[in-house]
Design a protein around this ligand. Structure first.
Ligand code: ADP
Ligand code: MG
Length: 261
């Protein structure tokens, strides 16, 4: 009887503490503990590890949802032989995420299709797996969101939002020239993260051409580059487009097949 009421109290303690996974595992673990003569210490360790694993999985799933990464690709999926201009050692070093610890930025620069987004997203997944808060946005989305925020009086909240993540990925800077208001928003996001939180940024424009993104204000371009580059790793990718590459391989195979009698 005392065993029964003790068990009920234990269940209600676990429920009160919202340890639902442990509560669910309790009867099975108790049976096992009796059968295998587990020590008190070993039993408690097993019970708590069930809850720790469940909480950790929930936290990672929630970080993964929040991050809004547009594809599931990881660094391991990147084919380095297809892109010799990318140093595998440098990417492996980035994948340790040490760069996040001192708020270093990563600039991925190269023409379309060379894997800039894939690498940025791969770093994003690695950071999520390490339990970090990550957020992915394109430059155009960031600009649109800041524009709405300004209209709706939520500018400060939105700026705090972009300051929050340990790693902010800003994709596709420079694909579209940014109007003055959008450039100002991007500048503020970069400024407030300066030396506090990492940005992984992809762009098709070499640094020398950045004035073109902010055509209405070359001063902003210079000031933004100052902050981005002060502590940064620049990955220049100048190989062929990966998409084009497979097209070209197919085209060449077809051509060869046609040419040979
Ligand atoms: P970018 O952002 O530079 O325009 P993406 O990262 O979007 O290029 O890459 C274009 C497509 O090619 C994506 O589907 C990506 O997964 C693939 N890709 C690019 N480079 C590689 C690579 N080195 N290994 C494997 N897939 C790649
Ligand atoms: Mg891209």
């Amino acid at each position: 009887m005392t065993d029964g009421s003790e068990y009920q109290r234990l269940r209600s303690h676990l429920a009160f503490l919202r340890m639902t996974a442990a509560a669910e595992a309790l009867p099975g673990l108790l049976d096992e503990a009796i059968k295998t003569k587990l020590s008190n210490q070993a039993f408690l360790e097993r019970l708590l590890s069930v809850e720790v694993d469940a909480t950790d999985a929930r936290r990672k799933a929630s970080l993964e949802r929040f991050a809004s990464l547009p594809s599931p690709f990881t660094i391991a999926d990147f084919d380095f032989s297809a892109q010799p201009s990318v140093d595998p050692k440098l990417i492996a070093e980035l994948a340790t995420l040490r760069f996040v610890d001192d708020a270093t930025n990563v600039l991925l620069i190269g023409p379309p299709g060379v894997g800039k987004t894939m690498l940025a997203v791969g770093l994003g997944h690695a950071a999520v797996a390490a339990g970090m808060r990550v957020y992915y946005t394109t430059a155009a989305e960031l600009a649109a969101r800041c524009h709405r925020a300004a209209l709706e009086g939520r500018w400060a909240t939105t700026m705090r939002f972009y300051a929050g993540p340990r790693l902010l990925i800003i994709d596709e800077v420079g694909y579209l020239p940014l109007p003055a208001e959008a450039a100002a928003a991007l500048f503020q996001v970069v400024s407030q993260r300066y030396l506090k939180g990492s940005i992984a940024l992809t762009t098709n424009l070499g640094i020398a051409s950045w004035g073109r993104i902010f055509n209405e204000d070359p001063m902003i371009a210079a000031a933004m580059l100052d902050r981005l580059l002060h502590r940064s790793v620049v990955v220049n990718i100048n190989g062929d487009s990966y998409r084009m590459r497979s097209h070209r391989a197919r085209a060449e195979a077809t051509r060869a097949a046609v040419a040979s009698p």
